[in-house]
Design a protein around this ligand. Sequence first.
Ligand SMILES: Cc1cc2nc3c(=O)[nH]c(=O)nc-3n(C[C@H](O)[C@H](O)[C@H](O)COP(=O)(O)O)c2cc1C
Length: 269
Amino acid sequence: MNKDSPRNAFFVVMITALVCSSLVSAAVVVLRPIQLNNQMLDRSRNIMQLTGLLPGEQVIEDEDMLELYKSLDIRIINIDDAVYDEEIDPITFNTRLALNDPELSVSIPSELDLASLSRRTRFVPVYMVWDDDGLDRVILPVRGNGMWSMLYGYIALEPDFNTISGMTFYEQNETPGLGDQITHGHWLEQWQGRQVYDEEGKPRFRVNEGVVQPDSTAARFEVDALTGATVTADAVTSMVHYWFGPHGYQDFLRTLSESPTIRPSEDKP
Ligand SMILES: Cc1cc2nc3c(=O)[nH]c(=O)nc-3n(C[C@H](O)[C@H](O)[C@H](O)COP(=O)(O)O)c2cc1C
């Protein structure tokens, strides 16, 4: 038999392709749970950072971080009805899957779609952080379209449901050195103490066009511009305006301030 025949060459190519594609598929299947676990871990770290519950400089092992995360008071809210939802399990609820489910998501009217999302889920998980005096902060997920990518983050608010106690972006794909400055710690630190709403209850927070003038009346709503990244910075402003506006958390936050959330009892399973 002629080893160099076209038929033989074809079989060798086919077998090589089959073996390679099987290896790639197997790797995807095997690595998927690890990838999901890493994503969960990364998100847990981001959320835990905003709780103010992490001990200073101490490094926390992955397992301990996940345990701390699971011990948080996580609840699902129904954004449209501005109430807590008791039916959905907050630990297993997958917002990205829910977004494709017409029962679990709504389309956003174009005139309100400031973050260019088209749709949002009706339900989201929120994180209530308690201390000895009561509710210490509430952590809310936000997302918005940046210049190149979807920006995913969390904003923590103080119990006045207006003052920002922290902000983090846990996923984005903006240009390194330009748009990805939104993930830089020293810029995010500026968010702390800024306010979302003005006296009339309108979302007023924004990324400034330049450096914030500390003496200006608007300073309490502003953080510094990002050099060379105005497109991403404006997207961040629009994202905050959407999520804290009438189609976002505004009604829920009003409900929270009018009828305070009951702290879960310590012996809750
Ligand atoms: C290859 C390339 C990538 C860019 N990536 C970003 C980005 O991720 N975010 C952003 O806001 N601007 C990005 N820009 C710059 C924008 O086009 C725009 O010039 C900038 O946002 C304006 O900001 P400035 O007013 O601070 O100069 C990028 C530009 C180029 C050429």
